[in-house]
Ligand binder design. Structure first.
Ligand code: AMP
Ligand code: ZN
Length: 486
């Protein structure tokens, strides 16, 4: 097992040696998407970054339980426990049931992450599937004296909590400044303190998504789901909790408060935050209107785009930046990544064609060591990419007959590429994937032709309908059968 991994912990504001609570087991919780609309490319950056971390932990020999939730309830438009429910609003707009909205955008989210070749999490729990656990947790927080009821809504008592715990531990802000910068409570307000936040919100007559609770019908607040689900699947104390940097100040701060008020334990040993994808320096977000969809990026169908870029080019572009640096989107940067990714894939396609020699002009071990060292230094993927380009240069040199490589060094080179390009970065050669799909389809069409000639129409129909359900349409003509994506 790799025991030299250092990672940056937001909680302590420094890089620390990764020492899991219960090695080789590692528990990792990452805040997932709010599925009331399509995910944009910024969201994808965060999930691709945690996929890299998940993959590297596995490569390092850990047995990782990766929990990434789906937020499918309890998100209000104003981030201060006010405003319309985002799911209900969207449901009205699209004339669908709120759970149809949830299903539609959950499926869309999975499709997008599959295109980026990310691994599915070990558990993907939903907020609506864990209402009972959330209610139980709220009861416990109330029993411990850290929450109060006000007209059917339950609020977390930040002042009470702050007497024992440090509410701003994650961001190191000054509580007095925060109070000064938070607006006054209005006359109608049911909260006692300005920083108090809702754990459970009383349903209004028009609220669509509502559940029974000891305090009447309502729905969970914005933060309680993650505290309840992380505790359920990873325990009151686990190793890593992650999400985008924008979540630290409110969502994660409140999560820590809830978990501590319930179990008196800091839930995660390491808090990790990914930096934002920006467009011309502005954070990509749904509200800023600069959040384009991955699909628009692939097709080029967006005013900011000169052309389309493939999923692997976009992923490579993201991996060329460290996860804690901002990454600014531009056509020029993507163009450069496209060229770089092609260069890497071209070199990889030559790897099997190299003939080993008796002696070697190249020593691969330092490259492997540098890659491990870079990943052990808080997952420094851009440094790994520079090393992979060095490996590509060696492949090209040997292929061009300008250098020799021994069988042993060639094996190391192949292992390096397998480990870092495919297993850790989760990249794939889109050209060969297409070639593979084409040859499989040619074979299937051939089998269907044989079935038809044998008058085995049951089989030929099964093939046609099966392909149709995968979105592949067959077209028969005198010249033969062709296919296209429906
Ligand atoms: P949401 O669906 O808005 O809850 O966001 C899902 C995840 O995407 C969260 O971890 C956010 O922090 C993250 N996120 C949102 N916008 C960006 C962005 N522009 N760049 C990177 N991550 C983002
Ligand atoms: Zn969360």
């Amino acid at each position: 097992m790799n025991t030299g991994l250092q990672l940056y912990n937001t909680l302590t504001r420094k890089k620390e040696l990764f020492e899991p609570l219960n090695a080789p087991h590692v528990g990792m919780y990452v805040c997932g998407p709010t599925v009331y609309s399509d995910v944009h490319l910024g969201n994808c950056r965060t999930f691709i970054s945690f996929d890299l971390i998940f993959r590297y932990l596995k490569y390092s020999g850990y047995k990782v339980r990766y929990v990434r939730n789906i937020t499918d309830a309890g998100h209000l438009e104003g981030d201060r426990d006010e405003g319309d429910d985002k799911f209900a609003k969207r449901a009205k707009l699209e004339q669908l049931e709120p759970m149809e909205i949830v299903q539609k955008y959950t499926l869309g989210f999975h499709d997008v992450l599959r295109m980026f070749n990310t691994l599915p999490p070990s558990i993907e729990p939903t907020a609506t599937g864990h209402i009972i656990e959330q209610i139980e947790m709220i009861k416990e927080i109330m029993n411990n004296g850290y929450a109060y009821e006000s007209n059917g809504t339950i609020y977390f008592d930040v002042e009470k909590y702050s007497q024992t715990y440090n509410y701003t531990i994650l961001t190191n802000r000054n509580l007095e400044d925060m109070l000064a910068n938070t607006r006054e409570l209005g006359g109608q307000n049911e909260k006692r303190g300005r920083l108090d936040f809702a754990l459970w919100i009383k349903a209004k007559p028009e609220t669509l998504m509502r559940w029974a609770s000891p305090w009447g019908e309502g729905f969970p607040g914005w933060h309680i789901e993650c505290s309840a689900m992380s505790a359920k699947y990873l325990g009151a104390e686990f190793d890593i909790h992650g999400g985008g940097m924008d979540l630290a100040a409110t969502h994660h701060t409140n999560e820590i408060a809830q978990s501590e008020a319930c179990s008196h334990k800091q839930p995660a040993k390491y808090w990790m935050h990914t930096n934002m994808l920006t467009v011309n320096g502005t954070r990509m977000s749904k509200s800023a209107g600069n959040g384009f969809l991955p699909e628009q990026l692939f097709t080029g169908d967006h005013e900011l785009l000169d052309k389309g870029f493939s999923p692997m080019t976009v992923k490579f572009f993201m991996l060329q930046a460290h996860y804690r640096s901002t990454l600014d989107f531009s056509n020029e940067a993507l163009d450069a990544s496209e060229k770089g990714f092609k260069r890497l894939m071209n070199a990889l396609s030559l790897l099997d064609k190299l003939t080993p020699s008796e002696s070697s002009d190249f020593d691969i071990t330092p490259i492997v060591d540098n890659c491990v060292k870079a990943m052990n230094d808080d997952f420094n993927s851009p440094v790994v990419i520079a090393e992979l380009f060095e490996a590509s240069r060696i492949i090209n040199t040997v292929y061009d007959g300008k250098g020799k490589i021994s069988a042993a060094e060639l094996d190391k080179l192949k292992q390096l590429m397998q480990d870092f390009v495919y297993d850790i970065f989760g990249l794939k050669d889109e050209e060969t994937s297409n070639i593979a799909l084409n040859s499989v389809l040619d074979m299937v069409i051939d089998l269907r032709q044989t079935a038809k000639e044998n008058k085995d129409y049951a089989t030929s129909d099964k093939i046609r309908l099966g392909l149709q359900s995968m979105g592949i349409q067959l077209k028969d003509s005198k010249e033969g059968t062709t296919w296209n994506k429906a």
